[in-house]
Each structure stands twice: as structure tokens, then as C-alpha cells.
Design a protein around this ligand. Sequence first.
Ligand code: 5HM
Length: 174
Amino acid sequence: MTLTASTPEPVVAGVRRVFLAGPFMGLVDPETQTMPTAGRRPFLLLIEHFEKQGLHVYNAHRREAWGAEVLTPEQCTPLDQTEIEKADVFVAIPGIPPSPGTHIEIGWASAFNKPIVLLMEEGRDEEYGFLVRGLGTVAKVEFVRYTDITRALPEIDAAVRRAVGRVDAPAGTT
Ligand code: 5HM
């Protein structure tokens, strides 16, 4: 997407690029080789929501046509790392069961000191990894517990604002 003077105001001033991560290969149907509609839904909703605000959304699921045009490991790994480095905020669904790729990306985002928003399923905190649950001690993380992504959108926007607002504070102090 090209950013122009007519691009709408983003949810947070100065935030232009978001990287959206979440479970991918575990959701691909082996028969169709693509993610079913239900699996795509949270990503489509979030992509549309952020793009409406003028944000550029980096998202591998869409880039790789929901599994139909999957990149090789050697192609997607450096691409994702570069895009996370370029992003102003990193939003991820760690997943239950956990998404291996997303967990690596969460590590990169925290190493890059990016503002991070993690979308966790309501009432299932103890099913997430210790290093996800404890990430706030070493990184600028906001957790959003959701049952329905659509209804959580205002809360996700607020979490993005809080995460970005925390970016200049020393890690682990907020
Ligand atoms: O391990 P899993 O497939 O759930 O990893 C998903 C995460 O890794 C996504 O957030 C995506 O950004 C990245 N990924 C990718 O970019 C993963 C795969 C396949 O594992 C891929 N491209 N082909």
C-alpha cells in the first residue's frame, strides 16, 4: 500500500506499519492446502480493521494466499524478520495449540524492542507458555483476552495505543 496525504489517520499517531502474526500451517487443511474460512476470519478482520485506519499490514497468511502460495522456509524467514523490524507495532495470536512460527516471531519482536500486542483466548491463560505469559517483564507487551475478535477490536486498538506509549520506557519497568 502506498501512503498518501489522503491516507486516514491511524489509530495511534506515528504508527504506520503493523505486523500481524498467528497460527498458519497448523490451520491449513491438508486436502485443500489452504486455511478454511473460520481460520482466516480473525486475520481478515484484523487486516481490514487496521487498513481502514490507513495502516500498512504485513501478514504472511494473506501474502501466501492462505496456504495456496506458500513460500519456502528460506524465503519466508528473512522476509518475516525484516518486516517485523520495519513494523511500528507487532500484533500476534500465539495460538492454542501454540504456533511455532509465531513464537519465534514474538521473540524477534521483543528482541527488536517493538511494541507488542498479544491476543489470548479468554479464560485459557494457563494454556499459554510461561515465556509468553511472562513476556511483560522483559518487553513492551499488552495482553488482550478475547472470545470474539470482532467485539475485541476497540480493546485491541486501546492495547496498541498503550503498547506504543510504552516504547520509550526501559524494558521490564512498566
Ligand atoms: O508455525 P506456523 O506456521 O504456525 O507459523 C506462523 C507464523 O510464521 C506466521 O505469523 C507467519 O508470519 C510465519 N510464517 C510465514 O511467514 C510461517 C509459515 C509456515 O510455517 C510460512 N510463512 N510459510
